[in-house]
Design a protein around this ligand. Structure first.
Ligand SMILES: Cc1cc2nc3c(=O)[nH]c(=O)nc-3n(C[C@H](O)[C@H](O)[C@H](O)COP(=O)(O)O)c2cc1C
Length: 321
């Protein structure tokens, strides 16, 4: 089995507010074969919204970062892909989001809501193919709810329109992030499509990775919450594939990793922004470490990078291992 795992793609999922430049670089360092920006609005790109344009930033150090977009208006998608995304010669792939369940997005008929309109899905896939020579994927869910699971139909549409591969998050829109992801449905999609299928949902450990691969026979995995605060999961999986065993990070290594992420983020963003954006990451990294809630609360109040580094270094010196 391990031999077969060597060809599987291990990707970092697009994660709003999380898959930023520093975190992507760290995941890449630990073996992520591909990373993605968070989902970026075609509409906002169309109107040249500066903050949204910034979300497309990819550092020259990144080797395989790609862009994820979302939208629904065909003319807007076409123009944005042609004028803004296709010309990015630092990316080789575009992902289109049809899986976001958040009301702010679905109320506009975007994200996962598109799955209720297979015709529109087809039109979007055709426009994407027509507008781009890059590798394209569609990321979607099982369907709107348990009684409307149409992922096989959506997958076939994507395949027929020339989309290169699909990513299935094996939950419905209604489930959001709760309940167990249905890996069985990923297996079904894999059996029904000839283009590659990437499995997503509930991969939190090397054991989950092995199990999902055995159960679904998918062509790769996308790690999401499992990588948040634990980019080491990429290293563990890669080590397992290579040697049949793996090592977990020590608490001190974890703190060093947080420090490295601050340093990377500071290369590209100003201090104030880094301090706020890193809070979410720090809280995920520290989860489960001794006395970590106190440290997290302290860091959440700090406004200066030197103070943050002092707290982290002091904490590190108190940790065992
Ligand atoms: C904080 C957060 C942000 C997310 N942002 C995106 C996004 O921008 N685009 C996307 O396709 N999925 C997004 N997702 C969904 C994940 O990519 C993934 O499909 C989902 O978390 C299921 O995988 P998991 O069970 O391994 O976490 C997000 C999920 C979380 C928790």
């Amino acid at each position: 089995m391990r031999e077969q795992l060597k060809n599987k793609q291990i990707m970092l999922a697009p994660l709003a507010g999380v898959s930023d430049v520093g975190f992507r670089l760290i995941c890449e360092k630990y073996g992520a074969d591909k990373t993605f920006t968070e989902m970026v609005s075609c509409n906002a790109l169309y109107y040249d919204n500066k903050k949204t344009d910034d979300l497309l930033f990819i550092s020259e150090r990144e080797k395989n970062c790609n862009v994820q977009v979302f939208g629904r208006k065909l003319d807007v998608i076409e123009k944005v892909i042609k004028d803004k995304i296709e010309i990015m010669d630092n990316i080789s792939e575009i992902s289109f989001n049809m899986g976001c369940p958040v009301a702010k997005i679905t109320k506009n008929g975007e994200g996962c809501q598109l799955m209720a309109e297979p015709k529109r899905v087809e039109e979007i896939c055709k426009i994407l193919r027509k507008s781009s020579k890059k590798k394209l994927n569609i990321k979607f869910r099982l369907g709107i709810d348990e009684n409307n699971k149409n992922y096989l139909e959506i997958g076939k549409i994507a395949q027929d329109c020339g989309i290169d591969y699909v990513i299935l998050h094996a939950r419905t829109k209604e489930q959001f992030y709760s309940g167990k992801a249905s890996w069985e449905d990923i297996k079904k999609l894999k059996e029904n499509l000839s283009i590659p299928v990437i499995a997503n949902g509930d991969i939190f450990s090397v054991e989950d990775f092995i199990n999902i691969m055995e159960e679904t026979l998918a062509d790769g995995v996308m790690l999401a919450r499992g990588a948040m605060g634990n980019p080491f999961l990429f290293r563990e999986i890669k080590e397992y594939i290579k040697n049949g065993n793996y090592k977990k990070p020590s608490p001190k290594e974890l703190i060093d990793q947080i420090i490295e992420q601050y340093e990377l983020e500071l290369l590209y963003k100003d201090e104030k922004l880094v301090i706020t954006q890193m809070r979410k990451h720090v809280s995920a990294y520290l989860k489960g470490l001794e006395n970590s809630s106190k440290i997290r609360d302290k860091i959440n109040k700090l406004k200066n990078i030197d103070e943050v580094m002092d707290v982290l270094n002091n904490y590190k010196s108190m940790l065992k291992g």
